[in-house]
Ligand binder design. Structure first.
Ligand code: PAF
Length: 284
Protein backbone atom coordinates (compact mmCIF):
# COMPACT_ATOMS: atom_id res chain seq x y z
CA UNK A 1 0.00 0.00 0.00
CA UNK A 2 1.27 3.42 -0.93
CA UNK A 3 0.85 6.22 1.63
CA UNK A 4 0.60 9.68 0.09
CA UNK A 5 0.67 13.00 1.97
CA UNK A 6 0.94 15.54 -0.88
CA UNK A 7 -1.68 16.39 -3.48
CA UNK A 8 0.71 16.41 -6.41
CA UNK A 9 1.90 12.89 -5.56
CA UNK A 10 -1.73 11.79 -5.10
CA UNK A 11 -2.66 12.95 -8.60
CA UNK A 12 0.21 10.94 -10.11
CA UNK A 13 -0.66 7.86 -8.06
CA UNK A 14 -4.34 8.04 -9.08
CA UNK A 15 -3.28 8.42 -12.73
CA UNK A 16 -1.13 5.28 -12.35
CA UNK A 17 -4.06 3.34 -10.85
CA UNK A 18 -6.27 4.51 -13.73
CA UNK A 19 -3.67 3.38 -16.27
CA UNK A 20 -3.56 -0.06 -14.70
CA UNK A 21 -7.33 -0.33 -15.41
CA UNK A 22 -10.40 -1.02 -13.26
CA UNK A 23 -12.50 1.18 -11.04
CA UNK A 24 -11.51 3.14 -7.93
CA UNK A 25 -13.50 3.20 -4.66
CA UNK A 26 -12.85 5.86 -2.02
CA UNK A 27 -13.45 5.28 1.69
CA UNK A 28 -13.07 8.59 3.56
CA UNK A 29 -12.26 8.28 7.27
CA UNK A 30 -10.81 10.29 10.13
CA UNK A 31 -8.68 7.32 11.24
CA UNK A 32 -8.79 5.52 14.62
CA UNK A 33 -10.08 2.65 12.55
CA UNK A 34 -12.34 -0.04 13.98
CA UNK A 35 -14.22 -3.02 12.58
CA UNK A 36 -16.90 -0.69 11.15
CA UNK A 37 -14.29 1.06 8.99
CA UNK A 38 -12.74 -2.26 7.95
CA UNK A 39 -16.19 -3.43 6.83
CA UNK A 40 -16.36 -0.32 4.60
CA UNK A 41 -12.98 -1.29 3.10
CA UNK A 42 -14.24 -4.84 2.43
CA UNK A 43 -17.45 -3.61 0.75
CA UNK A 44 -15.35 -1.22 -1.35
CA UNK A 45 -12.97 -4.03 -2.32
CA UNK A 46 -15.87 -6.23 -3.42
CA UNK A 47 -17.14 -3.42 -5.67
CA UNK A 48 -13.97 -1.93 -7.17
CA UNK A 49 -10.57 -2.95 -8.49
CA UNK A 50 -8.69 -0.41 -6.35
CA UNK A 51 -9.55 0.91 -2.90
CA UNK A 52 -8.28 4.30 -1.82
CA UNK A 53 -8.74 5.13 1.89
CA UNK A 54 -8.32 8.61 3.27
CA UNK A 55 -7.44 9.56 6.82
CA UNK A 56 -7.89 13.21 7.67
CA UNK A 57 -9.10 14.63 10.98
CA UNK A 58 -11.01 17.48 9.40
CA UNK A 59 -10.80 20.60 11.62
CA UNK A 60 -13.73 22.28 9.81
CA UNK A 61 -16.26 19.74 11.08
CA UNK A 62 -15.36 20.23 14.76
CA UNK A 63 -17.00 23.07 16.67
CA UNK A 64 -15.41 25.17 19.40
CA UNK A 65 -15.04 23.04 22.54
CA UNK A 66 -15.37 19.77 20.63
CA UNK A 67 -12.76 16.97 20.63
CA UNK A 68 -10.53 18.03 17.68
CA UNK A 69 -7.31 17.95 19.74
CA UNK A 70 -8.28 14.81 21.66
CA UNK A 71 -9.48 12.91 18.57
CA UNK A 72 -7.41 9.70 18.44
CA UNK A 73 -4.61 9.79 15.85
CA UNK A 74 -2.84 6.49 15.18
CA UNK A 75 -1.59 6.53 11.62
CA UNK A 76 0.91 3.67 11.97
CA UNK A 77 -1.64 1.25 13.41
CA UNK A 78 -4.31 2.38 10.91
CA UNK A 79 -1.88 1.90 7.99
CA UNK A 80 -1.21 -1.69 9.05
CA UNK A 81 -4.94 -2.41 9.24
CA UNK A 82 -5.55 -0.90 5.80
CA UNK A 83 -2.64 -2.80 4.28
CA UNK A 84 -4.07 -6.07 5.64
CA UNK A 85 -7.41 -5.23 3.92
CA UNK A 86 -5.69 -4.87 0.55
CA UNK A 87 -6.15 -1.10 0.28
CA UNK A 88 -4.06 0.17 -2.66
CA UNK A 89 -3.47 3.73 -1.53
CA UNK A 90 -3.77 5.71 1.69
CA UNK A 91 -4.35 9.46 1.25
CA UNK A 92 -3.33 11.09 4.54
CA UNK A 93 -2.84 14.80 3.89
CA UNK A 94 -1.66 17.35 6.44
CA UNK A 95 -4.19 20.14 7.27
CA UNK A 96 -2.22 22.72 5.21
CA UNK A 97 -2.46 20.50 2.15
CA UNK A 98 -6.28 20.45 2.40
CA UNK A 99 -6.79 24.02 3.61
CA UNK A 100 -3.82 26.08 2.39
CA UNK A 101 -3.24 29.66 3.49
CA UNK A 102 -6.12 31.84 2.26
CA UNK A 103 -8.61 28.97 1.92
CA UNK A 104 -12.07 30.62 1.73
CA UNK A 105 -14.67 28.24 0.29
CA UNK A 106 -17.49 26.60 2.21
CA UNK A 107 -20.14 24.12 1.04
CA UNK A 108 -23.46 24.29 2.85
CA UNK A 109 -26.27 21.83 2.15
CA UNK A 110 -29.70 23.11 3.23
CA UNK A 111 -32.57 20.87 4.36
CA UNK A 112 -31.00 17.55 5.28
CA UNK A 113 -28.26 19.31 7.30
CA UNK A 114 -30.85 20.91 9.57
CA UNK A 115 -31.88 19.44 12.93
CA UNK A 116 -30.47 16.28 14.57
CA UNK A 117 -26.65 16.57 14.61
CA UNK A 118 -26.87 19.70 12.44
CA UNK A 119 -28.91 21.37 15.19
CA UNK A 120 -26.55 20.37 17.99
CA UNK A 121 -23.33 20.98 16.07
CA UNK A 122 -23.69 24.20 14.04
CA UNK A 123 -21.41 24.20 10.99
CA UNK A 124 -20.56 20.50 11.36
CA UNK A 125 -22.17 19.41 8.10
CA UNK A 126 -20.69 22.38 6.20
CA UNK A 127 -17.31 21.02 7.31
CA UNK A 128 -18.21 17.49 6.26
CA UNK A 129 -19.64 18.54 2.86
CA UNK A 130 -16.65 20.77 2.16
CA UNK A 131 -14.03 18.14 2.93
CA UNK A 132 -15.88 15.32 1.17
CA UNK A 133 -16.29 17.47 -1.95
CA UNK A 134 -12.54 18.15 -1.85
CA UNK A 135 -11.74 14.46 -1.33
CA UNK A 136 -13.95 13.54 -4.30
CA UNK A 137 -12.18 16.12 -6.46
CA UNK A 138 -8.75 15.03 -5.27
CA UNK A 139 -9.20 11.26 -5.63
CA UNK A 140 -11.81 11.29 -8.48
CA UNK A 141 -13.21 7.90 -7.41
CA UNK A 142 -15.89 5.99 -9.32
CA UNK A 143 -17.70 5.28 -6.07
CA UNK A 144 -17.45 6.02 -2.37
CA UNK A 145 -18.45 4.20 0.82
CA UNK A 146 -19.73 5.67 4.10
CA UNK A 147 -21.11 4.12 7.28
CA UNK A 148 -24.83 4.37 7.97
CA UNK A 149 -24.13 5.21 11.63
CA UNK A 150 -23.81 8.78 10.35
CA UNK A 151 -27.10 8.52 8.44
CA UNK A 152 -27.60 12.29 8.28
CA UNK A 153 -24.04 12.73 6.98
CA UNK A 154 -24.79 10.20 4.23
CA UNK A 155 -27.93 12.18 3.27
CA UNK A 156 -25.89 15.41 3.16
CA UNK A 157 -23.21 13.83 0.97
CA UNK A 158 -25.78 12.34 -1.42
CA UNK A 159 -27.57 15.70 -1.74
CA UNK A 160 -24.28 17.54 -2.35
CA UNK A 161 -23.12 14.98 -4.90
CA UNK A 162 -26.37 15.41 -6.83
CA UNK A 163 -26.54 19.19 -6.48
CA UNK A 164 -22.94 19.86 -7.52
CA UNK A 165 -22.98 17.36 -10.41
CA UNK A 166 -20.10 15.43 -8.92
CA UNK A 167 -20.47 12.92 -11.73
CA UNK A 168 -17.63 10.84 -10.46
CA UNK A 169 -18.75 9.49 -8.06
CA UNK A 170 -22.31 9.70 -9.34
CA UNK A 171 -24.89 9.96 -6.55
CA UNK A 172 -25.89 6.31 -7.11
CA UNK A 173 -22.30 5.41 -6.38
CA UNK A 174 -22.37 6.92 -2.89
CA UNK A 175 -22.88 3.71 -0.93
CA UNK A 176 -24.12 3.45 2.66
CA UNK A 177 -22.92 0.43 4.64
CA UNK A 178 -25.00 -0.85 7.60
CA UNK A 179 -23.82 -0.11 11.14
CA UNK A 180 -21.41 -2.62 12.67
CA UNK A 181 -22.26 -3.29 16.33
CA UNK A 182 -20.45 -4.69 19.35
CA UNK A 183 -21.83 -7.92 20.87
CA UNK A 184 -24.02 -5.91 23.27
CA UNK A 185 -25.46 -3.86 20.40
CA UNK A 186 -23.49 -0.61 20.82
CA UNK A 187 -22.70 0.89 17.40
CA UNK A 188 -18.95 0.88 16.73
CA UNK A 189 -17.40 4.35 16.84
CA UNK A 190 -13.92 5.80 17.27
CA UNK A 191 -15.39 7.82 20.15
CA UNK A 192 -16.25 4.63 22.13
CA UNK A 193 -12.54 4.66 23.08
CA UNK A 194 -13.25 7.70 25.30
CA UNK A 195 -15.59 5.64 27.55
CA UNK A 196 -14.44 4.30 30.93
CA UNK A 197 -15.29 0.63 31.63
CA UNK A 198 -18.33 1.71 33.64
CA UNK A 199 -19.55 4.14 30.97
CA UNK A 200 -18.96 1.49 28.28
CA UNK A 201 -21.24 -0.94 30.17
CA UNK A 202 -23.89 1.80 30.62
CA UNK A 203 -23.67 2.75 26.94
CA UNK A 204 -25.20 -0.61 25.95
CA UNK A 205 -28.52 0.72 27.23
CA UNK A 206 -28.69 3.04 24.20
CA UNK A 207 -29.35 0.41 21.47
CA UNK A 208 -31.56 -1.55 23.87
CA UNK A 209 -33.71 1.49 24.69
CA UNK A 210 -33.94 2.23 20.97
CA UNK A 211 -35.11 -1.29 20.15
CA UNK A 212 -37.71 -1.09 22.94
CA UNK A 213 -39.01 2.25 21.63
CA UNK A 214 -39.11 0.90 18.07
CA UNK A 215 -41.20 -2.10 19.15
CA UNK A 216 -43.86 0.34 20.40
CA UNK A 217 -43.62 2.88 17.53
CA UNK A 218 -43.86 0.09 14.91
CA UNK A 219 -47.14 -0.95 16.55
CA UNK A 220 -48.71 2.37 15.43
CA UNK A 221 -49.77 5.56 17.16
CA UNK A 222 -47.84 8.61 18.23
CA UNK A 223 -44.10 8.25 18.92
CA UNK A 224 -44.29 10.79 21.78
CA UNK A 225 -44.64 8.41 24.68
CA UNK A 226 -42.03 5.79 23.57
CA UNK A 227 -39.55 8.63 22.88
CA UNK A 228 -40.23 10.07 26.34
CA UNK A 229 -39.69 6.62 27.88
CA UNK A 230 -36.43 6.24 25.93
CA UNK A 231 -35.12 9.52 27.34
CA UNK A 232 -36.01 8.42 30.88
CA UNK A 233 -34.40 4.99 30.47
CA UNK A 234 -31.16 6.55 29.20
CA UNK A 235 -30.96 9.00 32.08
CA UNK A 236 -31.63 6.24 34.63
CA UNK A 237 -28.99 4.06 32.92
CA UNK A 238 -26.20 6.61 33.42
CA UNK A 239 -26.43 8.94 30.41
CA UNK A 240 -26.04 12.60 31.40
CA UNK A 241 -28.30 14.04 28.70
CA UNK A 242 -30.13 13.24 25.50
CA UNK A 243 -29.44 15.72 22.68
CA UNK A 244 -32.25 14.34 20.53
CA UNK A 245 -34.50 11.30 20.18
CA UNK A 246 -36.60 11.71 17.04
CA UNK A 247 -38.40 9.76 14.36
CA UNK A 248 -37.71 11.04 10.86
CA UNK A 249 -38.29 9.96 7.29
CA UNK A 250 -35.26 7.91 6.24
CA UNK A 251 -34.81 9.80 2.94
CA UNK A 252 -36.04 13.38 3.39
CA UNK A 253 -35.13 13.42 7.11
CA UNK A 254 -38.38 15.28 7.74
CA UNK A 255 -39.57 14.96 11.32
CA UNK A 256 -42.47 12.53 11.89
CA UNK A 257 -44.94 12.14 14.74
CA UNK A 258 -45.44 8.44 13.95
CA UNK A 259 -44.17 5.72 11.63
CA UNK A 260 -44.86 6.43 7.92
CA UNK A 261 -43.52 3.11 6.64
CA UNK A 262 -40.11 4.63 5.83
CA UNK A 263 -39.19 5.96 9.26
CA UNK A 264 -35.99 5.75 11.31
CA UNK A 265 -35.29 6.47 14.93
CA UNK A 266 -32.36 8.85 15.52
CA UNK A 267 -30.75 9.36 18.94
CA UNK A 268 -27.77 11.33 20.25
CA UNK A 269 -26.96 11.10 23.95
CA UNK A 270 -24.04 12.07 26.18
CA UNK A 271 -22.29 9.90 28.72
CA UNK A 272 -19.44 11.60 30.57
CA UNK A 273 -17.96 13.94 27.97
CA UNK A 274 -18.73 11.54 25.11
CA UNK A 275 -21.55 12.07 22.65
CA UNK A 276 -22.86 8.85 21.11
CA UNK A 277 -25.20 8.68 18.12
CA UNK A 278 -27.22 5.83 16.68
CA UNK A 279 -30.09 5.24 14.28
CA UNK A 280 -32.32 2.28 13.44
CA UNK A 281 -35.19 1.60 11.01
CA UNK A 282 -38.66 1.44 12.53
CA UNK A 283 -39.73 -1.31 10.16
CA UNK A 284 -37.23 -4.12 9.65
O1 PAF B 1 -17.44 10.05 8.92
C1 PAF B 1 -16.29 10.54 9.00
O2 PAF B 1 -15.35 9.88 9.46
C2 PAF B 1 -16.06 11.95 8.51
O3 PAF B 1 -17.15 12.77 8.78
C3 PAF B 1 -15.68 12.02 7.01
C4 PAF B 1 -16.81 11.52 6.13
C5 PAF B 1 -14.44 11.20 6.77
C6 PAF B 1 -15.41 13.47 6.63
O4 PAF B 1 -14.37 14.02 7.38
Amino acid sequence: MQTVRELEVLRNSIAALRESGGSIALVPTMGALHEGHLTLMRRAKEAAEHVVASIFVNPRQFGAGEDLDAYPRQLQRDSELLEAEGVALLWAPMPDEVYPQGYATNISVAGVSEGLCGGDRPGHFDGVATVVCKLFNQVTPDMAFFGEKDWQQLAVIRRMTRDLDLTRPHVDAVHGVPIVREDDGLAMSSRNAYLSAEQRAQAASLPKAMRDAIAVIAGGGSADRPLGNLREVLQVSGFDSVDYAEVRDADSLERLEADNGNARLFVAARIGGTRLIDNMPINR
